[in-house]
Design a protein around this ligand. Sequence first.
Ligand code: HMG
Ligand code: MG
Length: 300
Amino acid sequence: MQLPDQVTIIEVGPRDGLQNENALIPTEKKIQFIHSLMEAGIHEMELTSFVSPKWVPQMKDAEDIISSCLDTTKRHFVLTPNKKGVDRLYKTSCKHVALFVGVSNTFNKKNINKTTAESVTELIPLIHELKEKGYFVRACISTSFYCPYEGKISEADVMSLCAHFVNAGVDELSVADTIGMANPQQVFSLFTKLKARFPHVLHTGHFHDTRGMAIANIYAALQAGTMRFDTSVGGLGGCPFAKGATGNVATEDVVFMMHQMGINTNIELTKLTESLNVIRPFLTKSLNSNYDDIVQKTSL
Ligand code: HMG
Ligand code: MG
């Protein structure tokens, strides 16, 4: 069994987690949540997103979140799909951006009102510009296994979309199972091919846990040599424009598995529960965290 000594967890709870909560959460609570995640040892995190406040009202306080939470010694990202978002980024001190696009045209239209090709055309010159200015750029590739509207996505389509971004100079590919339909065989196959074809970028797995497959998929990705995983404390999240999408795999479940296998994360598991307690009273969606369930039931 090939396992690394260390993996990196990229916490996406403040962005992917909270974007799917309809009731507006007070900005100061989000700020406290993010600070408590940092105290738990989270070094890489998506803090918020620059998207239309009409489409995703929960993210309308993005600038306030950045000004109160950004730690430039850490890898703190803002997610955005377009030039308007990059222009907002330039007005902040944040130097890490996550650009997103779907392999599936239908999903991309529903999510950002553009075809995949239109998004690529808009994003490629932006990536060149961002890299010239010294930014770290992560490309988030949605619907890399299945689309809720088009069904199964081919590996060839994922590889070809990733190639556009790698050729433009991105630093990282975060490859997503948006609706939690992938299985470990498919994950192993795709991540093995991505690593072989694009050896000079970081590879990250982003698994939603809609059907309880995310932990198995992470294990398969680990075996393919992937050492970075996007996770969300409490298992919060989901894309509001992907039919049937639910939360990301819970950070604490992944950290627990890694630590049990002797794989370091630099994250203090018990402190993740404290982070969740900050935001718990404001959540309307139920949590999806085995670790938190057992803590709540037994105080173990
Ligand atoms: P649109 O209506 O087609 O765009 O929306 P538009 O260009 O006509 O603009 C409409 C309004 O939005 C205008 O304002 C723009 O200025 C404004 P108005 O004139 O009406 O006042 N606008 C913006 N405002 C702030 N920031 C921006 C921005 N861009 C335009 N960046 C748009 C197009 C992309 C804006 C819209 O579709 C949108 O905001 N979509 C967001 C979708 C979203 O946030 N989805 C969730 C994140 S992706 C995800 O969760 C997947 C991921 O986790 C991986 C995975 O799991 O698969 C990453
Ligand atoms: Mg997601």
